[in-house]
Design a protein around this ligand. Structure first.
Ligand code: TA6
Length: 299
């Protein structure tokens, strides 16, 4: 694993790409370009900040988040892999898999002629991961910071066996007041309602409004989603490709109070709109197969 100083030496770009020590002593890369500012922690390759020039931050970050190797950062865009939610076979394994708990390497960092910055992170399984998930793989995570934020998660399966996995960009969006937003793009789509013991439902027309704990897995949908936010006078657009699931989550009052790394009142400032592939739409790969999931978050 490269030290922060070595990463800065290899990939730093004076004036707009800087690798340094962030909260909890965790390494991060800060990007400041004419188009936007962003921060990505090497811990979990987690984007924790994205702010297009002239706009307010697009991503929510809890004021109570941990910044420690042993915990997921609460906010920004946690990476979910290779399972979504609790591990079906062993609930003692970390929820949402291990990708967000491991230290990622940096493969490349380029300032491009269109003013964007493209950084590629990689995660190769090691002995500890093999215990959690006994399959060879290599993941590359491409982050492009521009007026929008583009993410590609590329999963290359090893040569020996076919695999099935789940994945998500568990994106926390910053909103003025979650009770006043409307989420469009999922009308008529079937969803699994995790607040009602997995009941199967169909989204009513007129968009999604948050009026209580909301935890819905929309399946077989490739549609872009719009989060219309009168509080911040903006609309956030979440486009995607090679993703058949969109998850919408807001913990509301009780669940917010139950999370130590989340403020009791922070449920009004966020909504998760997650680009995913999860049961019943998980990803199956043959030996040597490659799968890429893509999303673009923009105003
Ligand atoms: O994506 C929604 C969800 O699966 C919720 O059920 C809730 O558990 C949320 O993720 C946060 O999970 P985490 O493990 O990050 O606390």
């Amino acid at each position: 694993m490269d030290s922060i100083a070595h990463l800065q030496e290899r990939f730093g770009k004076p004036g707009f790409v800087k690798f340094e020590e962030g909260r909890g002593g965790l390494g991060l890369v800060r990007i400041n370009s004419d188009l936007a500012s962003a921060e990505i922690y090497l811990h979990g390759a987690q984007v924790t900040h994205f702010q297009p020039r002239g706009a307010s931050p697009v991503l929510f970050m809890s004021k109570h988040s941990s910044f420690a190797q042993s915990k997921a950062i609460r906010g920004g865009i946690p990476l979910v892999f290779p399972w979504f939610g609790a591990n079906a076979a062993d609930p003692k394994k970390p929820a949402h898999g291990f990708a967000r708990l491991w230290q990622w390497d940096v493969e490349s960092c380029d300032a491009r002629s269109d003013g964007s910055v493209r950084i590629v992170f990689s995660l190769k399984q090691d002995a500890a991961m093999l215990q959690d998930w006994p399959h060879e793989f290599l993941i590359r995570y491409v982050v492009i910071v521009s007026s929008g934020l583009e993410l590609t998660l590329e999963m290359r399966n090893g040569p020996s066996d076919a695999i099935e996995f789940e994945e998500a960009f568990h994106t926390y969006l910053s909103v003025g007041d979650s009770r006043n937003i409307v989420i469009e793009g999922l009308d008529g789509v079937e969803y699994i309602d995790k607040v009602e013991a997995g009941a199967e439902k169909k989204q009513e027309p007129g968009g999604i409004r948050i009026s209580g704990e909301t935890d819905r897995v929309y399946t077989n949908t490739q549609a872009p989603v719009l989060v219309i936010d009168p509080g911040l006078h903006r609309t956030i657009r979440v486009e995607k490709a090679f993703s058949d699931v969109t998850v919408v989550w807001n913990p509301w009052i009780q669940k917010a109070a139950a999370m130590a790394d989340f403020g009791d009142d922070e449920w009004t400032a966020m909504v998760c709109v997650e680009t995913a592939n999860a049961r019943p739409c998980s990803v199956k790969l043959p030996p040597g197969g490659i799968h890429r999931m893509w999303t673009r978050i923009s105003l």
